[in-house]
Design a protein around this ligand. Structure first.
Ligand code: ZN
Ligand code: ZN
Length: 392
C-alpha cells in the first residue's frame, strides 16, 4: 500500500498538470467536448484499455481487465464546470469567461486519469475488472441518469461502485467515509397559489393569495421541527416568492419555489406527503387553490457499511496521520446516488482546504481553489481500495 502511495506521489506533476489544464478550459454539463478529448487521449496511451465514447453525449467509459479473474468495480469521476466567473487570480485561471471549475471536478478528472494509470501499471496482478466512468453534467443536469440509460451499469455489471469528491469544507488530511446515508435526497418544488385579483382597498371582494402564501410558508416551518424525529434531519426551504406588481392591487396569483432535503426514504416520504397536505389545506383555509409540482432531483447517497469499512481501513493505513471521519453527513446532493441505488458502493470526501495558503473558499464560489496534494491522496486511496476490495 505504501508503494501505491509513493507511485501516486511520483505521478503528482502529471496529476497537477492535467488538473490545471482542465481548470483552464472548463466546460458546462453535456458540453465537455475538449475534456472528453483529453480523457480519451490519456486513456489511449494505456494499452488494452477498452474505451467507449459519446455515452450520454460527452461521457467516456474505459474498461481495464486485470490479469486475473474477479469482480467488477466501477469508479466514477464527474466532468462538468459551473456558470461562475473565476476570481482566484491563479496563473491557470479559466480562459472561458463565465465558466469555472468551481466544484473541483477538474481535480476529479485528474484523480481519475491518475488512478487509471496506476491500476493499468499493475494490471497483471489485478484480480478483477475496472470500469472507469467519466460522467458529464453532475451539477443538477442529470448526467448520471443519462449514462445509466445508456447502459453503464451493464456489460459487465459492476459488483460495486466507488466515487469521491474533493471537500473544501474540511482541511487537507481529513477524510470522510460514512456508513449509510451521507448526502441528502433532493427534490425541488413549485407551488402556484391562485386567488382572485382585486382592489387593494377592498380585500373583501378579492381572494388574497399573498396572505395565503404567508400562511403556507409559516406552516411549512413546523414540518421539520415538529414532525420528524429530532435525531433525524430534513430541510424545507422556500427560496423564492413571486406575486403582485402594484401597491393597490391584490394579485391573482403567487408562486413559491424551493427545495426539500432528507436522508432516509421514510423522512422523504413523510415530508413530501405533509408538504402537499399543508400547502393544499392551508391554501383552502384562505379560499385559494394550489398547483404543486415536485421534481425529484436525486435520492440520498447511501454508503454500504461493509465497503465503507474497507475504505476507512485502507485510508488509515495509507495516511496514518489523517482524520478519518465516519459520521460526516451533508445536505448537499449528488447524482452518484442514482448509481448507488442499484449497486452497493461508497462515496468518500477528501478534505482539500488549506487555510494557511488561502485555499479554503467554499465550493461554487468564484474564489474556490484547493490544495492539490488532495489529488494524490484521492488517487492513492482509490487504487489501494480497489486492491483491498478485490481481495475479498
Ligand atoms: Zn458542485
Ligand atoms: Zn461537485
Amino acid at each position: 500500500m505504501t508503494s501505491i502511495l509513493s507511485q501516486a506521489k511520483d505521478l503528482f506533476p502529471y496529476t497537477r498538470d492535467l488538473r490545471r489544464d482542465f481548470h483552464r478550459h472548463p466546460e458546462l454539463g453535456f458540453q465537455e467536448h475538449r475534456t472528453t478529448e483529453i480523457i480519451v487521449k490519456e486513456l489511449s496511451n494505456l494499452e488494452d484499455m477498452v474505451i467507449q465514447t459519446r455515452i450520454a453525449g460527452t461521457g467516456v467509459v474505459a474498461t481495464l481487465e486485470g490479469g486475473k479473474p474477479g469482480r467488477v468495480i466501477l469508479l466514477r469521476f464527474d466532468m462538468d464546470a459551473l456558470p461562475v466567473t473565476e476570481n482566484t487570480g491563479v496563473s491557470y485561471s479559466s480562459e472561458k469567461v463565465g465558466v469555472m471549475h468551481a466544484c473541483g471536478h477538474d481535480g476529479h478528472l485528474a484523480i481519475g486519469l491518475t488512478t487509471a494509470r496506476l491500476l493499468h501499471a499493475g494490471r497483471e496482478n489485478l484480480p478483477g475488472t475496472i470500469k472507469f466512468v467519466f460522467q458529464p453534467a453532475e451539477e443538477g443536469l442529470g448526467g448520471a441518469l443519462a449514462m445509466i440509460k445508456e447502459g453503464i451499469l451493464s456489460d459487465p455489471i459492476p459488483d460495486l461502485v466507488l466515487a469521491l469528491h474533493l471537500w473544501n469544507e474540511k482541511p487537507l488530511g481529513w477524510i470522510g467515509i460514512t456508513d449509510g446515508p451521507m448526502m441528502s435526497a433532493s427534490e425541488t418544488f413549485q407551488v402556484q397559489i391562485t386567488g382572485k385579483g382585486g382592489h387593494g382597498g377592498k380585500p373583501h371582494e378579492a381572494i388574497d393569495p399573498i396572505v395565503a402564501a404567508a400562511g403556507i410558508i409559516n406552516t411549512l416551518q413546523s414540518l421539520v421541527s415538529r414532525e420528524i424525529p429530532p435525531l433525524d434531519s430534513g430541510v424545507i426551504t422556500v427560496s423564492s416568492i413571486h406575486g403582485g406588481e402594484a401597491h393597490n392591487v391584490i394579485p391573482e396569483e403567487v408562486t413559491l419555489s424551493g427545495t426539500i432535503r432528507s436522508f432516509t426514504v421514510e423522512t422523504r416520504d413523510l415530508l413530501l406527503k405533509r408538504f402537499h397536505e399543508v400547502v393544499e389545506q392551508t391554501a383552502a383555509a384562505y379560499l385559494c387553490r394550489t398547483k404543486v409540482t415536485i421534481v425529484h432531483i436525486s435520492p440520498a447517497v447511501n454508503n454500504d457499511p461493509k465497503i465503507a469499512a474497507v475504505l476507512r481501513r485502507t485510508a488509515s493505513e495509507l495516511f496514518p496521520q489523517a482524520v478519518i471521519d465516519q459520521g460526516y453527513r451533508t445536505m448537499a446532493s449528488e447524482d452518484m446516488a442514482f448509481v448507488m441505488q442499484d449497486i452497493p458502493g461508497c462515496y468518500c470526501l477528501i478534505g482539500s482546504a488549506n487555510s494557511e495558503r488561502g485555499l479554503d473558499a467554499k465550493h461554487h464560489q468564484p474564489e474556490f481553489n484547493f490544495d492539490e496534494q488532495a489529488l494524490t491522496q484521492g488517487a492513492a486511496l482509490l487504487v489501494s481500495a480497489v486492491y483491498e476490495l478485490l481481495k475479498d
